[in-house]
Design a protein around this ligand. Structure first.
Ligand code: HEC
Length: 112
């Protein structure tokens, strides 16, 4: 292959890989921030440290609402039955994307 072309190819591939690495890092940062919220804002007192819930509280690893950002945000912000509304909790309402990133990553990693 022509040297110039292979150099250009290497630059393009390098830029692409840097972009992939950067977005993976951004995802990891969001997931880590979401995990902190999950613990600090007491989601875990009801849904458990492992997200598996209990007889009274839904399992977040299998809930379809943890695979749908709109449904997730709706129930977390508005609440439902014994699930409190977190709309007035600024950390949760501002961190809803991170919280979703954390919960959905756990769901994706859970054995099916
Ligand atoms: C006081 C206990 C309690 C706390 C704290 C709590 N939840 Fe819940 N959560 C529930 C209950 C009960 C339900 C089921 C509500 C219903 O459908 O009637 C639920 C439902 C959900 C659902 C929907 C699951 C489904 O399949 O319907 C999601 C998602 C969820 N909670 C996420 C969270 C997150 C994230 C937090 C922390 C910001 C949190 N919950 C804090 C009790 C709680």
């Amino acid at each position: 292959m022509n040297k110039k072309i292979s150099l250009i190819g290497a630059i393009v591939a390098g830029a692409f890989l840097a972009g992939v690495a950067q977005s993976a890092l951004a995802d990891e940062a969001a997931i880590a921030a979401g995990e902190k919220l999950y613990k600090r804002e007491r989601c875990e007192t009801c849904h458990g440290g492992n997200l598996q819930g209990s007889a009274a509280f839904p399992n977040l690893l299998t809930s379809p609402k943890t695979a749908d950002k709109a449904a997730f945000s709706q129930i977390v912000l508005e609440g439902k039955g014994a699930m409190p509304s977190f709309k007035a909790n600024e950390k949760v309402s501002k961190g809803i994307e991170e919280l979703y990133a954390f919960v959905s990553s756990k769901r994706a990693a859970a054995p099916k």
